[in-house]
Each structure stands twice: as structure tokens, then as C-alpha cells.
Design a protein. Sequence first.
Length: 218
Amino acid sequence: MPKKEKSHRKVLTEIYDRLYGHFGPQHWWPGDTPFEIAVGAILTQNTNWGNVEKAITNLKKEKKLSARALHAISRKKLASLIRPAGYFNIKADRLKHFIDFLADHYNGSMKKMGAEETMSLRERLLNVKGIGPETADSILLYALEKPVFVIDAYTKRILSRHKLVSEKMVYHDLQDIFHENLPQDVKLFNEYHALIVMLGKEFCRPKPKCDGCPLQSL
């Protein structure tokens, strides 16, 4: 059957099954607390996770990985601690904006933030300077365990290369395909996105490595 005749539901399910069978569970997102995961989601913008881990380690060593501590620390000191994550001055500002948001609306509590209705909270997050759709959705899914599918460059690259979506498809339209064709399940969304990231790193790179790719015959 030609790809264009397959339903999105069938194709997405087949992709998940193949990726899970090939890579196994990913246990993503690394982090000891919801707050740490949220900080990681902001720090990982435009860098790799290894660099984020170094920055988070610095924050832990200085006992600064809490909403209260990051609210009190100077931007200059924060920037120096997160330097390994790159764009450290910009990311220090973004973290500060997020911490102010958390303090102003939820008294610094991730638990209180997580109690808000998902789409209302998403809109609020998107109004925080420096937080775009991918970062907001990462916080919602991984830190707060809300069923929101995270779209990233890997997702668009993989699906467009297999002629399943247009390269010009915008974030929310691509996200709707997942939301409308998969069960609204946090564990599934978590695992699926993590598997897409793994495929993007191992095979579907800017210069693809197709030999051995679990989606080669899709």
C-alpha cells in the first residue's frame, strides 16, 4: 500500500512499534525533580544534553537548583554556573523569567503549577519570555506529566523524509497529527518523543545514515 494511503494513526503506530523494538525504552527525561526537569528543558535549547548535565551539576554543587535559590541568585552568578550549556547570558535571563513566573503565579511551587488546566497553563508558559512551544511542551509533558506531545526538529525531519508531512508544516499542525491519532497517554507521548530523538541522533541526521535504520522500509 502506498504511504499516502495509510492513515496517520496506522503509520504513527507502526513507527512507534519499530522504534521501540529497535531502541527499547529510553527512560527520558533525566532529572530528579519536576523543577530540575523544567530547568533542563530551558537549558537544552540549542545545545546537547551532555552540556546541560554539566550546567545542572554546577547548580547542584552550589546548592542553587531550587526555585528559591534561583530567584535569589544574581543573573551574573547564574550565567557563570550554566556556562557549559552555551548562550549562558541569554539562558540565565530565560531561567530568571521562568522563576519569576513560577513565583508570581504559583508561589514557587511546581506542584501548584501542575494543578492548573493543561491548555491554560500552556498559554501562560508561552507568554514567558524565552519559552517557545517546544520548551513549554517539554515542561508540560516531562516535568508535569501532562499529555502534550513535544515536536522538535527531529520529528519534522523524520516525518517529512518519509513523505508523511510537508517540510513546511508548522509546529501546531504537526502536533495535532499526534494528538488526534494517538491515545492521550503521558507514558506513550514521553516514550515516543524520546525514541524520535534517538532515531534523529543515530540515523536521521542532517546527512542521513539509512543503513540499519528501523524505518528504512516504512
